[in-house]
Design a binder for this molecule. Sequence first.
Ligand code: FA5
Length: 344
Amino acid sequence: MSDLIAQLEQLQTEAQAALDAAQSTPATEAWYSEYLGRKGKMTAILRGLGQLPKEERPLVGKRANEIKEALDAALATRQEAIAAEEMQRSLAAEGIDVTMPGRRPLLGKLHPTNQAMREMVEILKQMGFQVYDSPEVETDAYNFELLNFPPDHPAREMQDTFFTTTPDVILRTHTSPGQIHAMRHYAPEPIRVILPGKCYRNEDVTARSEMMFYQIEGLAIGRNITFSDLKGTLLNFANQMYGEGRKIRFRKSYFPFTEPSVEVDVDCILCGGAGCRICKHTGWLEILGAGMVHPVVLQNGGYDPAVFSGFAFGMGIERQAMLKRGVDDIRLFYSNDVRFLERV
Ligand code: FA5
């Protein structure tokens, strides 16, 4: 017995010395096969176990296990040390200084248009409006005709259109064509929907006007909807969006798809109403167009105008984002200047 144990202990000493001398991960792997592997020296010694008297075997087995565990632990420690040395060597070779302070990751944020859009959608949702998606590429019928713009009517010139090479297919100039899509989807049920999205107009780009901008359309249709409901909705919206006590004013206007029609202004918070470049020195900033849905449009959407009435509004998102964030030029929104995007 003592012979086998002595052999094992000697193997341990030899193995430990060999391990200490191993300088690389492959060397430690070779060491494992040589000493602890299935065909290794430890296995070879333990083959002699069978020749021992039965009562001695457990003692030798126990000692063999202890030595194996000790060598396994030594291997793990050595491999860790080698990995650390290898890392150090490769860092030194690449010239990386691990003591240098890290770079702070740059956090992205929502684009100011998206921030304003989400805020507006949230306010309108709380008033019971639900979001309805409608396409950006439209037919002339949806963008104009079904909204009661007769062909060649001068009102079409209110919104300079981008045409496509496909006849009758255009980029929508406003979100109002979504009114027809929503009505045809839900008629004859009452509806309260909002339609946020991009619009395109072939316009001169100025501090107030872009060729591509966002609107949110609102549409409510039911049996007893009146102009007071429109006023209440918009006043509530303005108070939530711009703070209690905000002033709004209604100016009579014209849209073919609403009768009566209005444009709605909020007092200019950039100049406090004193007059500035943005409010064209009027003290007011136009935020939306609105009105009572025209009977022809109700009919085109599938509602009987003798039974149903409704109101609609269409608001510009960037103009409102400008108001809230004190931005005096709409061109900043899409010019990809990171300094602007980080600031607002
Ligand atoms: C319309 O587009 C109507 N469809 C609104 C409407 C809807 C009226 C429902 C009645 C019922 P208007 O052309 O005024 O209206 O545009 C509405 C808003 O979009 C404007 O008040 C403005 O805030 C924004 N807007 C219009 N043109 C531009 C532009 N070129 N750049 C940025 N914002 C714009």
